[in-house]
Design a protein around this ligand. Structure first.
Ligand code: ATP
Ligand code: MG
Length: 336
């Protein structure tokens, strides 16, 4: 497996200019996705997961959205410097997206067959009609449809939510993407169907080495499929590491609290833990640590000095004063 990343995001800053003020949606977001990797992004509502995903293909609404800094390298593309005209050509092939509501992303007036054919005509115009027919079968089989003819002949409203999500996956695969970005692909599905969709994603990753970014607020999903996990809070990455390490030994007090609030493992009748307070307003976020007001381990420095990302081991990063080298924290404090 090549170690060259398929995606590298460095120091990304995204804001939205709204009538109420400037929403600082992403602040200093940096991470990469290696070939063949599944990276899960987890965090509470409003933490910046979708803005991160949409930024990768420059799909945020501009205006009000604006890139204030940073770099996104997707394969050989410098995304932020590309024009809309250039981006249209690579969307779907350099990276494809799956959204929470699959029915919304499928055209209700076309059969699944026509939708996949139309996608193929745009992305692989060189295919002959026989190739196209074979490819429709291949795309639908890849996402687990053995009765692919019935699915191909159906309209979206004739399929269940889980089937629609797998069809959306098949349409995405028709573009031969080099990265799949799935934003809460199973949130709207019941648990059994969710397991099937996750299984298909894992198979695509294993069999084709397709790198996947999986956005979720559910640690159960992270555990089921992720290899590496990124924890976001209030527009920043707070912790990153392998799923095993982060779940077994979460370092950031926010990750610890998030894992404690997962219903799984709770004893019957036990009151579930809730993180006290609410996430900050991103128009006027706390000046130093954004989690300080809700943190059980808060120290005075956390309200004065913004914590920097500390690499505590290879691939293990955390943004918290608890893990900063004392000299770094002192230096930081003296320059504030
Ligand atoms: N078009 C927009 N205009 C103004 N603010 C926006 C816009 N899109 C996103 N935001 C803001 O950016 C922040 C991050 O939003 P984002 O959609 O990335 O959250 P999320 O982590 O995906 O949440 P959820 O789990 O609810 O989907 C939020 O404060 C949100 O209000
Ligand atoms: Mg979202």
């Amino acid at each position: 497996m090549s170690l060259e990343p398929s995606l590298t995001i460095s120091g990304l800053q995204v804001c939205f200019d709204t009538p109420a003020g400037k929403v600082r949606a992403l602040d200093d977001v940096s991470f990469s996705v290696g070939q063949g990797e599944i990276v899960a992004i987890v965090g509470e509502s409003g933490s910046g997961k979708s803005v991160t995903a949409l930024s990768i293909l420059k799909l945020i609404d501009m205006p009000p959205g604006r890139f204030e800094g940073g770099e996104i390298r997707l394969a050989d593309h410098d995304i932020l410097s590309m024009s809309e005209h250039e981006l249209v050509k690579i969307r779907g092939s350099a990276a494809a997206m799956l959204f929470q509501n699959p029915r919304g992303s499928l055209d209700p007036s076309f059969t699944i067959q026509s939708t996949i054919e139309e996608t193929l005509a745009r992305h692989q115009p060189e295919l002959s009609s026989t190739d196209v027919a074979n490819f429709v079968e291949q795309c639908l089989r890849q996402v687990g449809f053995h009765d692919w003819q019935r699915v191909a002949a159906s309209y979206p409203h004739q399929l269940s939510g889980g089937m629609c999500q797998r069809v959306a996956m098949a349409v995405a695969l028709a573009c031969k993407p080099r990265l799949l970005i799935a934003d809460e692909p199973t949130t709207a599905l019941d648990v059994g169907v969710q397991a099937k969709v996750l299984y298909q994603l894992r198979m695509l990753n294993r069999e084709q080495g397709l790198p996947i970014i999986l956005i979720t607020h559910d640690f159960g999903v992270v555990r089921a499929i992720g290899q590496r996990v990124i924890v976001m809070y209030a527009g920043q990455i707070q912790e990153e590491g392998s799923v095993d390490e982060v779940l077994k030994k979460p370092m950031h007090p926010y990750t610890q609290a998030l894992i404690r609030s997962v219903p799984e493992g709770a004893v019957s009748g036990e009151v579930l833990y809730q993180i006290p307070g609410t996430p900050p307003d991103l128009i006027d976020p706390p000046p130093a640590c954004r989690f300080a007001d809700r943190c059980e381990a808060v120290m005075s420095v956390c309200r004065r000095v913004a914590p920097q990302v500390t690499t505590v081991a290879e691939g293990r990063r955390v943004r918290c004063h608890l893990y900063e080298q004392p000299e770094t924290a002192n230096e930081m404090e003296s320059v504030q």
